[in-house]
Design a binder for this molecule. Sequence first.
Ligand SMILES: CC(=O)SCCNC(=O)CCNC(=O)[C@H](O)C(C)(C)COP(=O)(O)OP(=O)(O)OC[C@H]1O[C@@H](n2cnc3c(N)ncnc32)[C@H](O)[C@@H]1OP(=O)(O)O
Length: 220
Amino acid sequence: MNRSCKQPIVLIGGGGHAAVLAEILLMQNREIVAVISPEAIHERAIFKGMVHLKEDSDVFTFDKGQVKLVNGIGMLPKCTLRKKVNERYLQLGYQFESVIADSAYVSPSALIEEGVQVLPMAIVHTGAIIGSHSIVNTGALVEHDCKVGCYNHIAPKATLCGQVETEQDVYIGASSVLTQNMKVGNTSVIGAGAIVTKTLKPCSIFYPAKGTLKQQEHGL
Ligand SMILES: CC(=O)SCCNC(=O)CCNC(=O)[C@H](O)C(C)(C)COP(=O)(O)OP(=O)(O)OC[C@H]1O[C@@H](n2cnc3c(N)ncnc32)[C@H](O)[C@@H]1OP(=O)(O)O
Protein backbone atom coordinates (compact mmCIF):
# COMPACT_ATOMS: atom_id res chain seq x y z
CA MET A 1 0.00 0.00 0.00
CA ASN A 2 1.50 3.38 -0.91
CA ARG A 3 2.00 6.12 1.66
CA SER A 4 -0.80 8.42 0.46
CA CYS A 5 -3.33 5.64 1.18
CA LYS A 6 -2.53 6.04 4.86
CA GLN A 7 -3.39 9.71 5.12
CA PRO A 8 -5.98 10.63 7.76
CA ILE A 9 -9.51 11.13 6.57
CA VAL A 10 -11.83 14.11 6.92
CA LEU A 11 -15.37 12.75 6.54
CA ILE A 12 -17.95 15.15 5.13
CA GLY A 13 -21.50 14.41 6.30
CA GLY A 14 -22.88 12.81 9.41
CA GLY A 15 -25.93 10.84 8.23
CA GLY A 16 -26.51 7.22 7.33
CA HIS A 17 -24.22 7.08 4.29
CA ALA A 18 -21.41 8.72 6.27
CA ALA A 19 -21.91 6.20 9.08
CA VAL A 20 -21.53 3.29 6.65
CA LEU A 21 -18.33 4.80 5.29
CA ALA A 22 -16.98 5.49 8.79
CA GLU A 23 -17.53 1.85 9.71
CA ILE A 24 -15.66 0.63 6.63
CA LEU A 25 -12.77 3.04 7.25
CA LEU A 26 -12.43 2.13 10.93
CA MET A 27 -12.41 -1.59 10.08
CA GLN A 28 -9.50 -0.79 7.77
CA ASN A 29 -7.70 1.01 10.60
CA ARG A 30 -7.97 4.38 8.91
CA GLU A 31 -7.84 7.46 11.09
CA ILE A 32 -10.86 9.79 10.83
CA VAL A 33 -9.62 13.13 12.14
CA ALA A 34 -12.94 14.95 11.88
CA VAL A 35 -16.55 14.62 10.77
CA ILE A 36 -17.93 17.77 9.15
CA SER A 37 -21.68 18.11 9.56
CA PRO A 38 -24.05 20.94 10.49
CA GLU A 39 -26.28 18.37 12.25
CA ALA A 40 -25.70 16.48 15.50
CA ILE A 41 -23.84 13.24 14.82
CA HIS A 42 -23.13 11.62 18.15
CA GLU A 43 -26.42 9.74 18.50
CA ARG A 44 -25.01 7.38 15.87
CA ALA A 45 -22.76 5.03 17.81
CA ILE A 46 -20.10 4.90 15.12
CA PHE A 47 -19.34 8.61 15.56
CA LYS A 48 -18.93 8.50 19.34
CA GLY A 49 -15.64 10.07 20.38
CA MET A 50 -14.92 11.55 16.94
CA VAL A 51 -14.13 15.23 16.46
CA HIS A 52 -17.26 16.96 15.13
CA LEU A 53 -16.92 20.22 13.19
CA LYS A 54 -20.01 22.04 11.94
CA GLU A 55 -18.96 24.41 9.16
CA ASP A 56 -17.98 23.48 5.59
CA SER A 57 -15.08 25.90 5.98
CA ASP A 58 -13.73 23.80 8.86
CA VAL A 59 -12.19 21.56 6.18
CA PHE A 60 -9.65 24.35 5.63
CA THR A 61 -8.18 23.78 9.10
CA PHE A 62 -6.63 20.66 7.53
CA ASP A 63 -3.74 20.99 5.10
CA LYS A 64 -4.81 19.66 1.69
CA GLY A 65 -1.55 17.75 1.41
CA GLN A 66 -1.97 16.04 4.78
CA VAL A 67 -5.51 14.61 4.62
CA LYS A 68 -7.84 12.93 2.17
CA LEU A 69 -11.54 13.79 2.02
CA VAL A 70 -14.39 11.28 1.92
CA ASN A 71 -17.82 12.53 0.94
CA GLY A 72 -20.41 10.90 3.18
CA ILE A 73 -23.38 12.85 1.82
CA GLY A 74 -25.87 10.38 0.38
CA MET A 75 -27.09 10.81 -3.21
CA LEU A 76 -30.79 10.94 -4.00
CA PRO A 77 -32.26 11.30 -7.52
CA LYS A 78 -31.55 14.75 -9.01
CA CYS A 79 -29.87 15.98 -5.85
CA THR A 80 -26.67 17.80 -6.78
CA LEU A 81 -25.37 18.67 -3.30
CA ARG A 82 -22.89 15.82 -3.18
CA LYS A 83 -21.33 16.81 -6.51
CA LYS A 84 -21.18 20.52 -5.62
CA VAL A 85 -19.33 19.71 -2.40
CA ASN A 86 -16.76 17.60 -4.25
CA GLU A 87 -16.23 20.21 -6.96
CA ARG A 88 -15.69 22.95 -4.38
CA TYR A 89 -12.93 21.12 -2.53
CA LEU A 90 -11.35 19.67 -5.68
CA GLN A 91 -10.97 23.21 -7.03
CA LEU A 92 -9.09 24.12 -3.87
CA GLY A 93 -6.68 21.23 -4.35
CA TYR A 94 -8.09 18.66 -1.92
CA GLN A 95 -8.25 15.03 -2.97
CA PHE A 96 -10.96 12.45 -2.35
CA GLU A 97 -10.10 8.98 -1.15
CA SER A 98 -11.71 5.96 -2.77
CA VAL A 99 -13.31 3.68 -0.20
CA ILE A 100 -13.67 -0.01 -0.97
CA ALA A 101 -15.23 -2.24 1.69
CA ASP A 102 -13.29 -5.38 2.57
CA SER A 103 -16.28 -7.55 1.68
CA ALA A 104 -16.67 -6.01 -1.80
CA TYR A 105 -15.10 -7.80 -4.75
CA VAL A 106 -13.27 -5.55 -7.18
CA SER A 107 -11.57 -7.35 -10.05
CA PRO A 108 -7.85 -6.65 -10.37
CA SER A 109 -8.54 -5.59 -13.96
CA ALA A 110 -11.31 -3.14 -13.03
CA LEU A 111 -10.49 0.57 -12.88
CA ILE A 112 -11.69 2.54 -9.87
CA GLU A 113 -11.24 6.29 -10.26
CA GLU A 114 -10.77 8.95 -7.56
CA GLY A 115 -13.35 9.28 -4.81
CA VAL A 116 -15.32 6.15 -5.71
CA GLN A 117 -17.13 4.29 -2.93
CA VAL A 118 -17.72 0.55 -3.23
CA LEU A 119 -19.80 -0.62 -0.28
CA PRO A 120 -20.07 -4.03 1.41
CA MET A 121 -20.85 -7.06 -0.79
CA ALA A 122 -20.79 -5.04 -4.01
CA ILE A 123 -19.09 -6.62 -7.03
CA VAL A 124 -17.19 -4.85 -9.78
CA HIS A 125 -16.20 -7.44 -12.36
CA THR A 126 -13.36 -7.77 -14.80
CA GLY A 127 -12.67 -4.87 -17.14
CA ALA A 128 -15.26 -2.58 -15.56
CA ILE A 129 -14.54 1.12 -15.07
CA ILE A 130 -16.14 3.11 -12.24
CA GLY A 131 -15.93 6.84 -12.95
CA SER A 132 -14.76 9.29 -10.33
CA HIS A 133 -16.92 10.03 -7.28
CA SER A 134 -19.52 7.35 -8.07
CA ILE A 135 -21.10 5.13 -5.43
CA VAL A 136 -21.51 1.39 -5.94
CA ASN A 137 -23.82 0.79 -3.01
CA THR A 138 -24.35 -2.30 -0.86
CA GLY A 139 -24.66 -5.52 -2.84
CA ALA A 140 -24.76 -3.84 -6.26
CA LEU A 141 -23.36 -5.80 -9.21
CA VAL A 142 -21.40 -4.15 -12.01
CA GLU A 143 -20.71 -6.86 -14.55
CA HIS A 144 -17.75 -7.28 -16.86
CA ASP A 145 -16.68 -4.39 -19.12
CA CYS A 146 -19.28 -1.91 -17.84
CA LYS A 147 -18.30 1.75 -18.06
CA VAL A 148 -19.89 3.79 -15.29
CA GLY A 149 -19.60 7.56 -15.64
CA CYS A 150 -18.61 9.96 -12.88
CA TYR A 151 -20.99 10.99 -10.09
CA ASN A 152 -23.30 7.99 -10.59
CA HIS A 153 -25.14 6.29 -7.76
CA ILE A 154 -25.73 2.59 -8.24
CA ALA A 155 -28.12 1.96 -5.34
CA PRO A 156 -28.22 -1.22 -3.24
CA LYS A 157 -28.61 -4.50 -5.17
CA ALA A 158 -28.89 -2.87 -8.59
CA THR A 159 -27.47 -5.00 -11.41
CA LEU A 160 -25.64 -3.71 -14.45
CA CYS A 161 -25.27 -6.63 -16.89
CA GLY A 162 -22.20 -6.88 -19.12
CA GLN A 163 -20.97 -3.88 -21.09
CA VAL A 164 -23.57 -1.42 -19.85
CA GLU A 165 -22.39 2.19 -20.23
CA THR A 166 -23.62 5.16 -18.24
CA GLU A 167 -22.78 8.83 -18.64
CA GLN A 168 -22.33 11.21 -15.72
CA ASP A 169 -24.81 11.98 -12.88
CA VAL A 170 -26.91 8.87 -13.44
CA TYR A 171 -29.03 7.46 -10.58
CA ILE A 172 -29.71 3.73 -10.77
CA GLY A 173 -32.36 2.77 -8.21
CA ALA A 174 -32.19 -0.09 -5.75
CA SER A 175 -32.71 -3.60 -7.18
CA SER A 176 -33.10 -2.35 -10.75
CA VAL A 177 -31.66 -4.39 -13.63
CA LEU A 178 -30.02 -2.93 -16.73
CA THR A 179 -29.62 -5.59 -19.41
CA GLN A 180 -26.41 -6.08 -21.34
CA ASN A 181 -24.92 -3.56 -23.78
CA MET A 182 -27.40 -0.77 -23.08
CA LYS A 183 -26.43 2.86 -22.53
CA VAL A 184 -27.82 5.45 -20.13
CA GLY A 185 -27.55 9.15 -20.95
CA ASN A 186 -26.38 11.70 -18.43
CA THR A 187 -28.59 12.82 -15.49
CA SER A 188 -31.04 9.95 -16.04
CA VAL A 189 -32.91 8.35 -13.15
CA ILE A 190 -33.92 4.70 -13.04
CA GLY A 191 -36.53 3.90 -10.40
CA ALA A 192 -36.07 1.23 -7.77
CA GLY A 193 -37.03 -2.19 -9.08
CA ALA A 194 -37.05 -1.22 -12.77
CA ILE A 195 -35.96 -3.57 -15.54
CA VAL A 196 -34.41 -1.52 -18.31
CA THR A 197 -33.71 -3.20 -21.65
CA LYS A 198 -33.29 -0.24 -23.99
CA THR A 199 -30.86 2.63 -24.19
CA LEU A 200 -32.04 5.76 -22.34
CA LYS A 201 -31.47 9.28 -23.68
CA PRO A 202 -30.00 11.95 -21.38
CA CYS A 203 -32.33 13.22 -18.62
CA SER A 204 -34.68 10.22 -18.89
CA ILE A 205 -36.70 9.06 -15.89
CA PHE A 206 -37.59 5.38 -16.03
CA TYR A 207 -40.49 4.43 -13.73
CA PRO A 208 -41.03 0.77 -13.02
CA ALA A 209 -44.53 -0.76 -13.03
CA LYS A 210 -46.55 0.23 -9.97
CA GLY A 211 -47.76 -2.27 -7.43
CA THR A 212 -51.37 -2.13 -6.27
CA LEU A 213 -52.25 -1.70 -2.63
CA LYS A 214 -55.44 -3.35 -1.53
CA GLN A 215 -56.41 -2.52 2.03
CA GLN A 216 -58.60 -5.13 3.71
CA GLU A 217 -60.62 -4.30 6.80
CA HIS A 218 -59.99 -7.51 8.75
CA GLY A 219 -56.75 -8.80 7.25
CA LEU A 220 -56.65 -11.94 5.05
C1 LIG B 1 -28.87 3.04 1.16
C2 LIG B 1 -30.06 3.66 0.45
O1 LIG B 1 -31.14 3.66 0.95
S1 LIG B 1 -29.78 4.31 -1.08
C3 LIG B 1 -31.35 4.82 -1.68
C4 LIG B 1 -31.98 3.80 -2.63
N1 LIG B 1 -33.26 4.34 -3.06
C5 LIG B 1 -33.73 4.15 -4.29
O2 LIG B 1 -33.16 3.46 -5.10
C6 LIG B 1 -35.00 4.90 -4.62
C7 LIG B 1 -34.99 5.38 -6.07
N2 LIG B 1 -36.09 6.29 -6.32
C8 LIG B 1 -37.24 5.91 -6.90
O3 LIG B 1 -37.48 4.76 -7.27
C9 LIG B 1 -38.22 7.08 -7.04
O4 LIG B 1 -39.41 6.74 -6.48
C10 LIG B 1 -38.32 7.63 -8.47
C11 LIG B 1 -37.03 8.42 -8.71
C12 LIG B 1 -38.47 6.57 -9.54
C13 LIG B 1 -39.57 8.52 -8.63
O5 LIG B 1 -39.50 9.60 -7.81
P1 LIG B 1 -40.61 10.76 -7.96
O6 LIG B 1 -40.67 11.27 -9.36
O7 LIG B 1 -40.33 11.72 -6.85
O8 LIG B 1 -41.94 9.99 -7.77
P2 LIG B 1 -42.92 10.01 -6.53
O9 LIG B 1 -42.22 9.52 -5.30
O10 LIG B 1 -43.61 11.34 -6.50
O11 LIG B 1 -43.98 8.88 -6.96
C14 LIG B 1 -44.84 9.06 -8.07
C15 LIG B 1 -45.67 7.79 -8.18
O12 LIG B 1 -44.85 6.70 -8.68
C16 LIG B 1 -44.81 5.63 -7.72
N3 LIG B 1 -43.43 5.14 -7.67
C17 LIG B 1 -42.32 5.89 -7.37
N4 LIG B 1 -41.23 5.14 -7.42
C18 LIG B 1 -41.63 3.90 -7.75
C19 LIG B 1 -40.94 2.70 -7.92
N5 LIG B 1 -39.59 2.66 -7.80
N6 LIG B 1 -41.64 1.60 -8.27
C20 LIG B 1 -42.98 1.66 -8.42
N7 LIG B 1 -43.70 2.80 -8.27
C21 LIG B 1 -43.03 3.90 -7.92
C22 LIG B 1 -45.23 6.26 -6.38
O13 LIG B 1 -45.81 5.31 -5.54
C23 LIG B 1 -46.21 7.31 -6.84
O14 LIG B 1 -47.43 6.69 -7.08
P3 LIG B 1 -48.84 7.49 -6.86
O15 LIG B 1 -48.83 8.59 -7.88
O16 LIG B 1 -49.85 6.44 -7.11
O17 LIG B 1 -48.81 7.99 -5.45
